[in-house]
Write a protein that binds this ligand. Structure first.
Ligand code: NAP
Length: 260
C-alpha cells in the first residue's frame, strides 16, 4: 500500500511501538492521530511530534470509543487507516493472584475487546474509502504463549485468529487487513513487569528496527508482518509446539520460587 497521504488513527500512540509508528508515518507524509489514556503522555507526544494530533481515549471504555469515532470522523473525515496498537501486558501467577474477577481480564478488555470494538466502530467509515487498511498489533506470543503472562498471551492468539477471519470477511472490500506481530521490542511494556530471566534473556528488538520492518511490510502488502523472533516463534510452533511451550514456560519455575 502507499504509505503517504493517508490519515491514520493509532490507538496507544504515546509510547513505544505506537509512538514510533506515529513519528515515522508522520514523517512519510501521513496525517496521524494518536490516542492514550494519560493526558500528560498525550501532551508530551504533542510537544515532541507537533504534527501529530492527540485525543484522550481508553479503548476499554465503550462510550469513549463512540465519542472518539464522532470526533475523528468529524475532524478527519478522510481517515482511511486504523492501527489497533494499544495494549498492556502483565505477569500473573494464576495460583496466587488475588482474583478480583473483573481485574483479571483487564488485558482482554484492552488488547482484545478494545481492538474488536474499534474495528466494528470504524468499519462502516473505512468502507466508504477507496483504499483503507486495518492493522492489528498482535505479538510473537500469538503463536506460542509465555505462560507467566497467560491472559496477555491468550489475547494475542485471539487477535491473530480474529484478524484472519476479518481479512476473509472483508476480501470483497477496499480494506486491507494486516497483522503486525512484533517480537520482544525495546519499550516500557517489555520491561514493565518483567526481569531478563522472565523473558528468557532475549534481547529485545530496538524500537526503530521494529518500526522499519513494519513500514517495509506495509509497503509490500505483507498480510502478516513477523519480524525477527516472531517469525521463528511461528515456524517453531508448527515444528515443535509442545517443546516451544515448555521452553517459554521455564520462567514459571522462577515465578513459583518468588512466592516461596
Ligand atoms: N514491546 C514488546 O515487546 C511487544 C511485543 C509484541 C507485541 N507488542 C504489542 O505492541 C503494542 C504496543 O506495545 P508497546 O510495547 O509499545 O507498549 P507501551 O510502550 O507500554 O505503550 C502502550 C501504549 O498503549 C496505551 N494504552 C494502554 N492501554 C490503553 C487503553 N486502555 N486505551 C488506550 N491506550 C492505551 C499507552 O498509553 P496510556 O497508558 O497513557 O493509555 C501507550 O501509549 C501492544 O499491543 C503490545 O501488546 C509489544
Amino acid at each position: 500500500m502507499k504509505l503517504h497521504g493517508n490519515t491514520v488513527l493509532i490507538t496507544g500512540g504515546t509510547s513505544g511501538i505506537g509512538y514510533e509508528l506515529a513519528a515515522e508515518l508522520s514523517k512519510l507524509g501521513n496525517k496521524v492521530i494518536v490516542t492514550g489514556r494519560d493526558q500528560a503522555n498525550l501532551d508530551a507526544t504533542r510537544q515532541k511530534l507537533p504534527d501529530v494530533h492527540t485525543i484522550r481515549s481508553d479503548v476499554s471504555d465503550l462510550s469513549a470509543i463512540a465519542s472518539l469515532y464522532q470526533q475523528v470522523v468529524g475532524e478527519f473525515p478522510e481517515l482511511n487507516m486504523l492501527i489497533n496498537n494499544a495494549g498492556i501486558m502483565r505477569k500473573i501467577n494464576l495460583q496466587t493472584h488475588e482474583s478480583d474477577l473483573s481485574d483479571i481480564v483487564r488485558e482482554i478488555d484492552i488488547n482484545l475487546s478494545g481492538s474488536i470494538r474499534m474495528v466494528m466502530q470504524f468499519l462502516p467509515h473505512l468502507k466508504t474509502k477507496s483504499s483503507a487498511a486495518i492493522v492489528n498489533v498482535s505479538s510473537g506470543l500469538a503463536f506460542v504463549p509465555l505462560p507467566i503472562s497467560p491472559i496477555y498471551s491468550a489475547t494475542k492468539a485471539a487477535i491473530h485468529s480474529f484478524t484472519q477471519s476479518l481479512r476473509l470477511q472483508l476480501k470483497n472490500t477496499n480494506i486491507k487487513v494486516i497483522e503486525l506481530a512484533p517480537p520482544g521490542t525495546e519499550t516500557p511494556l517489555f520491561h514493565g513487569d518483567f526481569t531478563a530471566q522472565d523473558t528468557g534473556g532475549v534481547t529485545p528488538m530496538p524500537l526503530k528496527t521494529l518500526v522499519r520492518h513494519a513500514i517495509a511490510g506495509l509497503k509490500k502488502d505483507r498480510l502478516e508482518i513477523r519480524p525477527g523472533l516472531a517469525n521463528i516463534l511461528k515456524l517453531m510452533s508448527r515444528v515443535a509446539p509442545d517443546f516451544m511451550v515448555r521452553q517459554l514456560g521455564r520462567s514459571v519455575g522462577l515465578m513459583h520460587a518468588e512466592r516461596d
